[in-house]
Design a protein around this ligand. Structure first.
Ligand code: MG
Length: 218
């Protein structure tokens, strides 16, 4: 039988381990920007980040999609299924990102990689559109120069782009970000979604055994 002292020590270790977050489904490990920095090779690498709810809080544009009454007779101008409307995706990436808020947690990760001289790709599953302003907003907000344009992967798995560009790490908030990075055989790190996000896409941190960036909700 375990002694009471052993149990107490065990409980203390458990409670103070860098672990701890347990929700209904999954326990997961967390990591910090400093730990990520210490894990990287000295030479520059290429890395990728998802956009919506990873580096940008883009819920304002989606809020408009869901709740506008700017169509005929006060209806939704994008119809009953706004996320299936091409015009919405064009408006989002060509206009509404002016109202997207950069996440502070992303700023720290991007600064880390920028200052190492890493190549920084943004890969969003939004459909490709003509005249996007997303790239220029990301590069301006995160103070990036001479970095590649944002990739709009649409219906193609992000794994294709992760492999094609030789990314060593991929950061994202959605379950699919993590599973597609794993499909490509690379390390995935989960960003947490803001509690205010209106994104209903699948989100189960730790689901794929990935590590979660601490304090990455905002
Ligand atoms: Mg996302």
């Amino acid at each position: 039988m375990m002694s009471r002292r052993f149990v107490t020590v065990f409980m203390a270790i458990f409670m103070f381990a860098n672990v701890a977050l347990i929700n209904a489904q999954t326990a997961y490990l967390t990591t910090s920007v400093e730990e990520i920095a210490a894990s990287l090779p000295a030479r520059p690498i290429a890395i990728g980040l998802d956009v919506d709810d990873t580096v940008l809080f883009s819920s304002p544009g989606f809020q408009y999609a869901f709740s506008n009454t700017d169509g005929p007779d006060g209806t939704n101008k994008y119809g009953n299924r706004p996320l299936s409307n091409d015009q919405f995706w064009s408006d989002l990436s060509c206009q509404f990102d002016k109202f997207s808020i950069p996440k502070e947690s992303a700023r720290k990760i991007i600064e880390l990689h920028r200052d190492r001289g890493d190549k920084i790709y943004f890969i969003t599953a939004r459909p490709p559109v003509k005249g996007e302003i997303l790239t220029s907003i990301l590069h301006r907000e995160f103070k990036l120069e001479n970095q590649p344009k944002a990739i709009f992967s649409g219906r193609i798995s992000k794994a294709e782009f992760i492999k094609k560009h030789g990314l060593a790490i991929y950061y994202g908030d959605s379950d699919s970000d993590i599973s597609e990075a794993h499909d490509a055989g690379v390390r995935a790190i989960r960003f947490m979604r803001s509690p205010l996000s209106n994104n209903k896409g699948k989100y189960n941190p730790g689901k794929h055994g990935e590590i979660v960036l601490e304090n990455s909700e905002n």
